[in-house]
Design a protein around this ligand. Structure first.
Ligand SMILES: [Zn+2]
Length: 305
């Protein structure tokens, strides 16, 4: 189903929301869905509504946002655009299983359609600021945090926010959203919170004209996790092994991933929160007994007698 937001802006609701804008007989898609099935659905909906398609922006290189690109390109000869770094993942899909598997060649179990899509060539790179593709003029907003170079698209005063935030229901379901940088995630949320526009559509969740409370709920979620991890480290006077803290974290949030891939996604989020605590100078990291060791940096100076 196609939902209209403004004269020219639409979206197709699904597991991943797909944005669509039309102007002067041209069509621009924002993200392409998970796979061939999602791409077929996009083509069907556009045909039913007699709408054109010429271009597609990939907001970030996660399979649920670019997996349908290959099929769309074969069927419709459309041009794809993304940021330079996110294009790396669209053009070399094995990179996601590689980074999840600590940079080593990934085990077969990780080479599935949820973590590794079909490679698709990117026609052009998008930079921050006002950009033009055909008759479309829009603002590219860097939204790093959920991925390295994710972007949001502000067009006709509507924000297509990608996975910079999640709808409250989705947030509650996941408990711990996937992120690669906690500090950048929170800064991106603050940037969106300051934005004055007609409304925003996240990659997963509902379009909202009043989206600020959803942004605040997302921010609170990350801040709560950071506070929990910091207090867990502070509790241990001498420090804690990073892998033990990870277990405490999984237990606290009752994370029971169904497969290795999901476990690794949660581990990446966990590592991102730890990175932020280290970068903020609140936690130090070293090696003890062959393992990574985390300590609170609030060391009390011994009193001089
Ligand atoms: Zn994503």
């Amino acid at each position: 189903m196609l939902t209209q937001i403004t004269d020219s802006c639409f979206y197709m609701k699904g597991h991943v929301n797909i944005g669509y804008i039309t102007k002067n007989g041209k069509g621009l898609l924002i993200d392409s869905g998970l796979d061939k099935g999602a791409a077929k659905r996009i083509i069907k909906i556009l045909k039913e509504n007699q709408l054109p398609l010429h271009y597609c922006i990939i907001t970030h290189g996660h399979v649920d946002h670019y997996g349908g690109a290959k099929y769309l390109k074969n069927e419709m000869e459309i041009e794809f655009f993304s940021t330079k770094i996110e294009s790396s993942f669209v053009q070399n899909p094995v990179l996601e299983p590689i980074y999840l598997w600590n940079g080593a060649m990934p085990i077969k179990e990780l080479r599935n359609k949820f973590l590794e899509g079909e490679e698709t060539d990117i026609f052009g790179f998008l930079n921050e600021g006002i950009q033009k593709i055909g008759p479309f003029t829009f603002e590219v907003m860097p939204f790093p945090g959920h991925s390295y170079g994710q972007i949001g698209i502000l067009i006709d005063d509507v924000l297509f926010a990608a996975d910079s935030y999640f709808g409250v229901d989705v947030l509650n379901k996941h408990k711990v959203p996937f992120i690669v940088d906690a500090k950048a995630t929170i800064e991106t949320l603050e940037k969106i919170n300051d934005l004055d526009c007609l409304g925003a559509l996240p990659g997963h969740g509902d379009f909202e004209a009043k989206f600020k409370s959803t942004i605040q709920a997302n921010k609170k979620c990350h801040e709560n996790i950071l506070a929990f991890l910091l207090s867990s480290i502070e509790k241990e006077e001498n420090g804690v092994y990073m892998e033990d803290l990870q277990t405490i974290f999984f237990q606290q949030y009752e994370l029971s991933p169904a497969n290795i891939g999901s476990w690794l996604l949660y581990r990446t989020s966990f590592t991102s929160y730890i990175s932020t605590l280290i970068e903020k100078g609140l936690v130090s990291i070293s090696i003890k007994d062959y393992k990574l060791w985390l300590q609170n940096t609030k060391i009390i100076e011994p009193r001089s007698s």
